[in-house]
Structure formats: structure tokens, C-alpha cells
Design a binder for this molecule. Structure first.
Ligand SMILES: Nc1ncnc2c1ncn2[C@@H]1O[C@H](COP(=O)(O)OP(=O)(O)OP(=O)(O)O)[C@@H](O)[C@H]1O
Ligand SMILES: [Mg+2]
Length: 227
């Protein structure tokens, strides 16, 4: 059984069809990277999986249980956590205090260590760099079994990017990851499987190698992006 099963998801906003029959599975331990143009429906897909938005049609199953209509604060408890495109960390709280809000069942120490947050545990949110804020968000998301990460690399500088790849590699050994990523090279580096979403539909799903072997995919979606 797949960890996550998404079946025929549809979501519209007024006249805009954001998701149009999206179906795929994610296996336990898999790292699935979602790529696709702006407005493709990537964030909406995360919103529907977590229950932040309820889809108009279709189902989301997690560990075999139908969670389609389960609101996000409950799916977080059942094991689906996320980071947001806009990083949110409480400015007036320290790193350790921010992380204490994460409802960790076990000690968050291991994740703080993995993400190099122990040294800055008493730094206030307002003093953190973007990279540090992103790592706090990751620590908060890491209590889940399935982690949905929306553009965790955006805004990072060329030395921070490879460091973030290292953190995600370490997380991927422990968790199932879904990442939304615009940088194709980074996406393919991390992915076991890639999902191309465009106009609310899954255009192709497969390994990075299968994507590169597909001429249509190369021309339509990987185009000018250097690989
Ligand atoms: N809350 C909302 N209200 C109205 N329209 C929305 C809402 N959320 C998403 N949309 C629309 O749905 C479509 C898909 O948006 P979504 O944010 O899911 O795309 P995306 O693939 O994440 O894009 P980006 O790469 O720019 O983050 C867009 O046309 C967007 O304007
Ligand atoms: Mg988005």
C-alpha cells in the first residue's frame, strides 16, 4: 500500500481550474519532486493533501485512511506536515521556543542537531537569516511521516543551496518527502520520482532518468533549463 494515494483531485477557484483530475501515489520512503510552471496547481495540491483546502472532487488517502475532508490541524497530527512558500516563524520567540510549538511527541533534539539548530537555539526569530528560518520550519515539519516542502530553496544563496540539499538528504533517510521545486537541477538531484504538473494536470511521472529520456518532456518542460 502506498503511504499517500491521491485520486482524481479537482479544485476550482471561481472560474479557475487549479487541479483537474490529479492522480498519483507516493510510496513510503520515496522522495517525490513536483515541478511545473507558475500557476500549475502545485501549492493547491499541497493545500488539498493537508486539508487546508477541501477538493471539489476526488480523494486523498494517507496510510489507507480517507483524509479528504480532514482539516489541516488534524492531518498534521496524523503525520502530514508542511512548510509554506512564505516562511513563517514567530519573530519574538527563540528558535527553541518556536520548535516547542511543533507538538513533538519525542524530543526535538535529534532534528535540531540534524538541522544545525542547537548552536542558535536561543536566537530570536527576528534575528534569523532566511536559511535559518527555513531550517526552523523544516524542524517543525519534521515530526510528520510525510513532509510537504514548498520551494525550500527559494532565496537561498549558492553556498546555502548545497547545504540545504545535505539537510534534505538526511531527512529523506528518515521521512517521505514531497517537494515543490523550480530549479530542475536541484529537483532531479533529490528526486526518486518526479511529477510534472501543468494546468492542474499530471503531465508525466517517473524517475529523473525517465524524464530526461522523454523528448516531449525535455522540449516542453525542461526547455532552457540547464541540466
Ligand atoms: N486561494 C485561491 N483563490 C483563488 N485562486 C487561487 C487560490 N489558490 C490558487 N489559486 C489559483 O489556482 C491556480 C493554481 O495556483 P497554485 O498557487 O496552486 O500554483 P503553483 O503551481 O503553486 O504556482 P507557483 O509556482 O507560482 O507557486 C492559479 O491560477 C492561482 O491563481
Ligand atoms: Mg506555489
Amino acid at each position: 500500500m502506498a503511504l499517500l494515494e491521491v485520486n482524481d483531485l479537482e479544485r476550482t477557484f471561481g472560474g479557475i481550474v487549479a487541479l483537474d483530475g490529479v492522480t498519483f501515489d507516493v510510496a513510503s520512503g520515496e522522495t517525490n519532486v513536483i515541478i511545473g510552471p507558475n500557476g500549475a496547481g502545485k501549492t493547491t495540491l499541497f493545500n488539498c493533501i493537508t486539508g487546508y483546502h477541501i477538493p471539489d472532487h476526488g480523494t486523498v488517502r494517507f496510510q489507507g485512511t480517507d483524509i479528504t475532508s480532514t482539516p489541516d490541524y488534524k492531518t498534521a497530527r496524523t503525520g502530514i506536515r508542511r512548510t509554506f512558500q512564505e516562511v513563517d516563524v514567530f519573530d519574538e520567540l527563540t528558535v527553541a521556543e518556536n520548535i516547542s510549538l511543533g507538538a513533538f511527541e519525542s524530543s526535538p533534539r535529534e532534528m535540531m542537531e540534524l538541522l544545525d539548530l542547537l548552536d542558535i537555539h536561543d536566537k530570536e526569530g527576528s534575528e534569523l537569516t532566511l536559511f535559518e528560518r527555513k531550517r526552523v520550519s523544516l524542524a517543525l515539519a519534521s515530526e510528520g511521516e510525510l513532509l510537504l516542502l514548498d520551494e525550500v530553496f527559494s532565496g537561498l544563496n549558492p553556498t546555502e543551496k548545497p547545504a540545504m540539499v545535505g539537510y534534505l538528504d538526511a531527512l529523506a533517510e528518515r521521512k517521505t518527502l514531497m517537494l515543490i521545486e523550480h530549479d530542475i537541477e536541484t529537483a532531479f538531484d533529490l528526486a526518486d520520482t518526479v511529477t510534472i504538473l501543468a494546468q492542474g494536470q499530471v503531465m508525466k511521472r517517473g524517475t529523473p532518468e525517465e524524464m530526461l529520456d522523454d523528448e516531449t518532456v525535455r522540449e516542453d518542460f525542461l526547455g532552457e533549463m540547464a541540466i
